[in-house]
Ligand binder design. Structure first.
Ligand code: TSJ
Length: 649
C-alpha cells in the first residue's frame, strides 16, 4: 500500500469517525426508523436531481432484506478532481467527508439541515458496504466503500450506453443497527409519497418477491407516477369521507422570480373541506416532510384566514371576523408542498421550515386563488364561510363557559405557596412553567411575563417517587402542589374545564438530570392526567446549552451539533468566538433565559404527544421505564416529544 493511500485513509477516518461513534447524533437513533432514514436520504438525493430538472426516472429496488439499490437517470455525480483536494475525485469527497454536500455542487434545490444535504457520507459511514456507479460521456465510474472507507480508487471503464446516471447500492451495517432490516411496506410507501410530491418523476419500484408476505399489499414491481401530484395522493387518502365541497381545492403556482434572477420556487396544494372527521395538514419542503410545520404552513393559514374573513366581512356574514386558523384547520385535510432554494430547517429533528420567504410566497399564491374561487362561486363561498363562522361562535361560547366557571368559587385561595401565578385567567394564553429547584425558579420568575406566565419551582425530591405506588405519588408534596396549581384534579376526578393554564411547560436543565426530572413529570402526567397530554397541553421548554458571542453578535446553540453548525454558519471563518456553556438554568442570565426559552416570540417548545400508532404501546412502555435507567428515560423523551412549534401567540 502506498504512503499516499495511507494518508488518505487517515483523513477518511477523521472525516467519518464521529458518525460511527455517535450515529444517533446524525440520524436520531439506531432503530428501524433510523435504518429507513438511510434509504430516505439516498432517495432524496436522486429526487433532488429530478426536482432540479435533470432526471426523469428513479429506480428503487429492494434486492434483499438488507440491500437497497437506487438509480437515477440524471447527470451523474461529478467525478473530476475536487478543487480543494485535487488528489481525490469530487465523488470520493462527497462520500467520505461530513458536510460535503451543496457547497461546491451548485445544487439548486438541495435540501439542507439535519441529515439532509450532508447525508450521503453519513449513509456511507453507517453502511457495511456501499457501491456507487456513475455513467456519463460513455464512461462508467465505480467506487466501493465499506463503513465509509474506500475499498478502491475510482475506477473508470468504457460503456456503450449513451445515458448518464447515478446508481447507489448499500447495506446498513449490522454492527450499528443490530438485527434491523428493510420493510418493503415502508419503502414502497416512501416511493409513492415521493412520486406524488413531484409529478415530474417516475419511480420504478421493485422488490425481491421472497420478501413479500402473501397478505402484503406491496407489489413486487410497479411503475409509480402521479400526473396530478398531491391531488391524487389526497384523493386516495380521503376514500369515502364526506366532503363539504367538491371538487378539492388543488393548485400549483410558480413563485415570483427573486431579485437575483433565480427561480423563486414553486408551491403546490390540495385541500379537502370535511363535513366532520379527521382533520390534517401535511407539509413538505423539496419533497422532505416537515411534520413540525413552519413558515410555509404559516403562509397557508394566513391565506385561508384572511381570505375567508374578508369574504365574510364584505358579505356581512355574522361572526366571520372571529374565524381563526384553528376553526379552518379543524375541518380540512390538506397537503402543502413547496420547492425553494436553500431551505433553512430548525428544531431538534430539523423538520420545521424557517425560511421566511416561504411564508410570504405561499400566502401570496394561495390568497390569489382563494379570492378568485370565492368571487367565482359566491353561493358556495357564503355557505362555507357561514359554516366556519358557526364553528368560531361555538368555540367562543365554550370559552365563555370555561371563563365563568373559573372565576367562581374560592379556587385562588387554595393555591400552593410556592406558586408565582400570572394575572390572566384566560387559558388561551396562560402558561405554567415547572422548574427544577429554587435557583432556577428565581430566574424564571424574573424572566416571565407577569400577565400570562406562572412559575412553580419543584424540589429534586420528586426524584424519589420514581417507582412509587399511586398512594405514594399522591402523598408527595411536590406533586400535590402541582395538582393544586393546575386545578383540574387527577385520575377519575380529572375535569378539563377546571384547568387553569393552557400550556404546562416543563423547563429543566439541558442535562441528564434535567431529562430525568422531565421524564418523571411526564410519567406523572401520563398516569394521572393523560387527557392533558392527549389535548396537547404538555410541553418541554428547550433551553440552550451554549451562548456564542463575537463582537456585538450573539447566538445560542441547543447542543454540540448545533454549536458546530453555528460556529460555521453564523460567524466569519477564523473569528475569535467566545463560547459559554450554561451549567443550568439558574446560572443563565435572566435576559438570556427570557429571550431563548420563555419569550413566546423567540422560543421553541416541544409538544409532548402520544403518537397514534403507539397509543396501545405507551402504557406498557411507561411501566417498563419506571424505576429503570435514566438514559432509557432520556430516549423516551426524545422519541415522544414531537411537534416543535414556534408559538407565535
Ligand atoms: F446520495 C447519494 F449521494 F448517494 C446519491 C446521489 C444517490 C443517488 C441514487 C443519486 C445521487 C445523485 C446525485 N444523482 N444525481 C446527482 N447529481 C449530482 O450530484 C450532480 C451532478 C452534476 C452537477 C453539475 O453541476 O454538473 C451537480 C450535481 C450536484
Amino acid at each position: 500500500m502506498s504512503d499516499s493511500y495511507n494518508a488518505r485513509d487517515i483523513e477518511v477516518l477523521e472525516g467519518l469517525e464521529p458518525v460511527r461513534k455517535r450515529p444517533g447524533m446524525y440520524i436520531g437513533g439506531t432503530d428501524n426508523a433510523a435504518y429507513h432514514h438511510l434509504a430516505a436520504e439516498i432517495i432524496d438525493n436522486a429526487m433532488d436531481e429530478a426536482v432540479a430538472g435533470h432526471a426523469t426516472t428513479i429506480d428503487v429496488c429492494l434486492e434483499n432484506s438488507h440491500t437497497l439499490m437506487v438509480h437515477d437517470n440524471g447527470r451523474g455525480i461529478p467525478t473530476d478532481p475536487h478543487p480543494r483536494f485535487p488528489e481525490k475525485s469530487a465523488l470520493e469527497v462527497i462520500f467520505t467527508t461530513l458536510h460535503a454536500g451543496g457547497k461546491f455542487s451548485g445544487k439548486s434545490y438541495a435540501t439542507s439541515g439535519g441529515l439532509h444535504g450532508v447525508g450521503s457520507s453519513v449513509v456511507n459511514a453507517l453502511s457495511e458496504k456501499l457501491e456507487v456507479e456513475v455513467t456519463r460521456n460513455k464512461r462508467l465510474y465505480r467506487q466501493v466503500f465499506s463503513k465509509g472507507v474506500p475499498q478502491n480508487g475510482l475506477t473508470e471503464s468504457e460503456t456503450t450506453s449513451n445515458r448518464s446516471g447515478t446508481l447507489v447500492r448499500f447495506s446498513p451495517d449490522p454492527e450499528i443497527f443490530g438485527p434491523e432490516q428493510f420493510s418493503p411496506t415502508r419503502l414502497y410507501q416512501l416511493c409513492r409519497s415521493k412520486a406524488a410530491l413531484f409529478r415530474g418523476v417516475t419511480i420504478k419500484w421493485s422488490c425481491l418477491p421472497a420478501l413479500l408476505k402473501e397478505s402484503s399489499d406491496v407489489p413486487a414491481k410497479e411503475t409509480i407516477q402521479f400526473p396530478n401530484g398531491l391531488e391524487d395522493a389526497l384523493q386516495t387518502e380521503l376514500g369515502n369521507d364526506a366532503l363539504l365541497l367538491t371538487p378539492l381545492w388543488c393548485g400549483l403556482a410558480d413563485l415570483p422570480v427573486a431579485a437575483d434572477g433565480q427561480s423563486g420556487g414553486r408551491v403546490e396544494w390540495a385541500i379537502a373541506f370535511l363535513e366532520d372527521g379527521a382533520s390534517a395538514l401535511v407539509s413538505y419542503c423539496n419533497t422532505i416532510p416537515t411534520p413540525q410545520g413552519g413558515t410555509h404552513e404559516a403562509g397557508l393559514r394566513a391565506a385561508l384566514v384572511k381570505g375567508f374573513r374578508q369574504w365574510g366581512e364584505t358579505r356581512k356574514i355574522r361572526r366571520a371576523s372571529s374565524i381563526t386558523a384553528e376553526d379552518i384547520l379543524g375541518c380540512i385535510n390538506a397537503k402543502l408542498s413547496v420547492f425553494i432554494r436553500d431551505p433553512q430547517f430548525q428544531g431538534q429533528t430539523k423538520d420545521r421550515l424557517t425560511t421566511q420567504e416561504a411564508n410570504r410566497l405561499v400566502e401570496g399564491a394561495l390568497r390569489d386563488r382563494i379570492d378568485h374561487w370565492l368571487g367565482g362561486n359566491p353561493q358556495q363561498a357564503d355557505a362555507l364561510v357561514s359554516f366556519l363562522a358557526e364553528r368560531a361562535e361555538e368555540r367562543l361560547r365554550r370559552r365563555e363557559k370555561r371563563e365563568t366557571t373559573r372565576k367562581t368559587a374560592t379556587r385562588r385561595l387554595r393555591l400552593p405557596g410556592k406558586l408565582t401565578d400570572c394575572a390572566s385567567t384566560n387559558t388561551d394564553e396562560t402558561e405554567l412553567f415547572l422548574v427544577e429547584g429554587e435557583s432556577a425558579g428565581g430566574s424564571a420568575r424574573q424572566a416571565r411575563s407577569r400577565e400570562t406566565q406562572a412559575v412553580l419551582p419543584l424540589r429534586g425530591k420528586i426524584l424519589n417517587v420514581a417507582s412509587a405506588t399511586r398512594d405514594k405519588l399522591q402523598a408527595n408534596q411536590e406533586l400535590r402542589d402541582l395538582t393544586e396549581a393546575l386545578g383540574c384534579g387527577t385520575g377519575k376526578d380529572f375535569n378539563h374545564d377546571n384547568l387553569r393554564y393552557g400550556r404546562i411547560i416543563i423547563m429543566t436543565d439541558a442535562d441528564v438530570d434535567g431529562a430525568h426530572i422531565a421524564s418523571l413529570l411526564m410519567t406523572f402526567f401520563y398516569r394521572e392526567m393523560p387527557e392533558l397530554i392527549r389535548r396537547g397541553h404538555l410541553y418541554l421548554a428547550q433551553p440552550p446549552l451554549y451562548r456564542l458571542t463575537h463582537g456585538s453578535k450573539t447566538v445560542y446553540a441547543m447542543d454540540d451539533t448545533d454549536k458546530e453548525r453555528r460556529v460555521r454558519k453564523d460567524f466569519k471563518a477564523g473569528a475569535k468566538i467566545e463560547i459559554s456553556r450554561f451549567k443550568g438554568l439558574g446560572e443563565m442570565p435572566v435576559s438570556d433565559l427570557k429571550e431563548t426559552t420563555m419569550d413566546s416570540r423567540h422560543r421553541t417548545l416541544l409538544r409532548v404527544t402520544i403518537p397514534a400508532e403507539e397509543r396501545l404501546l405507551t402504557k406498557d412502555r411507561i411501566e417498563s421505564l419506571m424505576g429503570r435507567k435514566p438514559e432509557l428515560r432520556f430516549r423516551f423523551i426524545q422519541d415522544h416529544a414531537r411537534n416543535v412549534e414556534v408559538l407565535d401567540i
